[in-house]
Design a protein around this ligand. Structure first.
Ligand code: ADP
Ligand code: MG
Length: 636
């Protein structure tokens, strides 16, 4: 008895759009059907590992495509797991709701091109309605007790499900093509599409009926690309395969083909995608496809690479995985650990090669994926050695566009310099104004600029490079270059000491102390963590990121007795110890220092104080009158 079901609203809408729009890439419907057939065959193989009474056990595992140009029909059949009546209702009727919603959104945002990635939304099957007037799916499950059933839909908001006759296992989809899609009832055309989109499907795909006296010839190569020797595979093939497994229309930045039989059997092709952000449609999950003895064990195996390499895509195949591995035990198995080490080593090595042989490509790589390698530095001590050479930095000498490696930095070190210096900041502009840079600028010593949150984690484990200590120049204890302190006229003690005292009174509990700066040249003041705590600044930045209510420790404020602003403040204090603006100016100077340090808790709060100071500066000041007059109003 046929039973009629109504599609959910989202799927109705999806069908309506697919039926009534003219998409350029209609042919991908076949790729989607083949992909489903291939999934069904892989699942069957997987089930057969543990189940011995599957229905129709001797059927060849394959996909058959035939066309009838006269009738305008096309049939795609597989001998995979098949579907029961209930599965037909669920899998082709109700389950895809959320995928349909997401896909419709993608269509709106990306237009036509979204059809190409329809498969990523779990609604690939419905792409058949780009070309079909009517679709009939007849299926018989591998479960011995299940009966055959048929699903039929003509694109209306309904589908029907009924009993059917079918004496072999699997699924047969009969498509009645729309008038304008009759080209797909042509076997030559079908072969072309199979070759273009489904060449590496692991099961034979037969197109058309073989002639009486001939053995059937599959239209696809089947031999998995990763099982070939790397020298037999050309660039074009690697690119095509990348597109096929990622559904990214662009090219990868890097591919790595691992092919070894001993000490472990391992065949893998890994890709670094062309860009990190492949849009809202990029897969949310990560992981490599894991095959063992040609059986797909896991669609996305996240354990084959460390988490920080989650941007890598690809396929891994190994005969050394135990045959009965369940998806859960993959992680724990010893061969998996070996595979993982092997893959990481190869990947990092190829990245190194990219860096030396194709600096421009490496630059793109770094700009897209550098953050992941920094994360690796922070959390994967085993890979530290390999990662450290891959790091790139902005510095006081690279400018905002350039990058340097640590080795490059060491090459440029000055006579007598034996440390690698770095500094944290909010962004490149504010960091370049940091007062900590004063003695380094004065002596022309390069400083690495670190402006991303992950940097503070990374630097926790980057203490040494190539025998050189790596030091944060914001630490009070850093061995900064000697600067010529004779430059600029220093305030005498009788002016400076009272000012220092006043600073301490005004800032009070906000700071540990205010004291004289020894290394500043251009800046009036700076903040440093309390003495004797190298790494304190770094540690605090990390804690600030991970601890919700973390309070930064108080800083020591250093003021520069050679700076004109400090001099003016001292003179103001001397002229009028009760000057009303002085406390505001001292507080503002402190908060400016917090700001360039990138640790001001709420910069907007400074606005009213700055405006008060501006108001005072804008009003003709009694003290300035006598001096200003000759400049401004002198008659000719
Ligand atoms: P996806 O393949 O991403 O799950 P599809 O819309 O392509 O989404 O297919 C929906 C579901 O229909 C599949 O998950 C599967 O359960 C079922 N299905 C489709 N085609 C077949 C087939 N040839 N054999 C068995 N099941 C199938
Ligand atoms: Mg699919």
């Amino acid at each position: 008895m046929a039973e009629t079901f109504e599609f959910k609203a989202e799927i109705q809408q999806l069908l309506h759009i697919l039926i009534h729009s003219l998409y350029t890439e209609q042919e991908i419907f076949l790729r989607e059907l083949i992909s489903n057939a291939s999934d069904a065959l892989h699942r069957l193989q997987f089930e057969m590992l543990t189940m011995h009474d599957a229905f129709d056990p001797d059927a060849e595992l394959a996909i058959w495509i035939t066309a009838d140009p006269g009738a305008g029909t096309l049939t795609v059949r597989d001998s995979g797991v098949g579907m029961t009546r209930d599965e037909l209702v669920t899998n082709l009727g109700t389950i895809a709701q959320s995928g349909a919603t997401a896909f419709l959104k993608a269509l709106q945002e990306q237009g036509d091109t979204a059809t190409n990635i329809i498969g990523q939304f779990g609604v690939g099957f419905y792409s058949v309605f780009m070309v079909a007037e009517r679709v009939q799916v007849t299926s018989r499950s591998f479960r011995p007790e299940a009966a055959a059933a048929r699903w039929t839909c003509d694109g209306s908001p309904h589908f029907t499900v009924e009993e059917a006759e079918m004496d072999r296992r699997g699924t047969e989809i009969v498509i009645t093509l729309k008038e304008e899609a009759r080209e797909f009832a042509n076997e030559w055309r079908l072969r072309q599409i199979v070759h273009r989109h489904s060449d590496f499907i692991a099961f034979p795909i037969y197109v058309g009926q073989p002639a009486e006296d001939e053995a059937p010839q599959p239209a696809n190569q089947q031999v998995a690309l990763w099982r070939k020797a790397p020298r037999e595979v050309d660039e074009e093939a690697y690119r095509n395969f990348y597109r096929q497994i990622t559904l990214d229309a662009g090219d990868p930045l890097l591919h790595v083909h691992v092919s070894s039989e001993a000490p472990i059997d391992l065949h893998a092709i890994l890709y670094v995608p062309g860009r990190r952000d492949r849009g809202p449609l990029a897969p949310r999950e990560y992981g490599l496809r894991l095959y063992s003895r040609k059986v797909l064990i896991q669609e996305r195996a996240p354990d084959l690479l460390p988490e920080y390499l989650r941007f890598v895509e690809g396929v891994v195949d190994s005969e050394d995985l135990p045959l009965n591995v369940s998806r859960e035990t993959v992680q724990a198995s010893a061969p998996v650990r070996k595979i993982r080490n092997n893959l990481v080593r190869r990947l990092l090595r190829e990245m190194e090669t990219l860096a030396t042989e194709q600096p421009d490509a490496y630059r793109t790589f770094w700009e897209q994926f550098g953050g992941f390698l920094k994360e690796g530095m922070a959390i994967a001590p085993d890979d530290h050695e390999a990662l450290i050479g891959l790091l790139r930095f902005r510095s006081s000498q690279t400018g905002p566009e350039g990058w340097t490696s640590l080795a490059g930095y060491v090459e440029r070190m000055k006579e007598g310099q034996d440390k690698v210096y770095y500094l944290f900041g909010e962004d490149l502009t504010s960091i370049a104004h940091s007062p900590h840079l004063d003695p380094f600028k004065a002596s022309g010593t390069e400083v690495l600029y670190l402006t991303e949150p992950i940097d503070s984690f990374m630097m926790m484990s980057l203490r040494q490079f190539d025998g050189h200590d790596v030091q944060n120049i914001a630490d009070a204890a850093v061995d900064a270059p000697e600067v010529d302190t004779a430059a600029g006229e220093a305030l005498p003690d009788d002016l400076f000491n009272p000012l220092l005292k006043r600073f301490n009174e005004v800032l009070g509990e906000q700071v540990v102390a205010v004291r004289e700066a020894r290394r500043l040249t251009e800046s009036p003041a700076r903040l440093v963590p309390p003495d004797g705590a190298p790494g304190a600044d770094n540690l605090e930045r990390v804690r600030k990121l991970v601890e919700e209510d973390f309070q930064l420790s108080k800083r020591v404020m250093e003021i520069n007795r050679r700076h004109p602003l400090i001099r003016s403040l001292a003179l103001t204090l001397q002229a009028d110890p009760m000057d009303l603006l002085l406390p505001d100016m001292i507080t503002q100077l402190y908060e400016n220092a917090l700001l360039v340090e990138g640790i001001h808790p709420n910069p907007a709060e400074m606005v009213s104080r700055i405006q008060a100071i501006m108001a005072a500066a804008a009003r003709p000041h009694p003290r300035d009158k006598g001096e200003e007059a000759p400049h401004s109003a002198a008659p000719e």
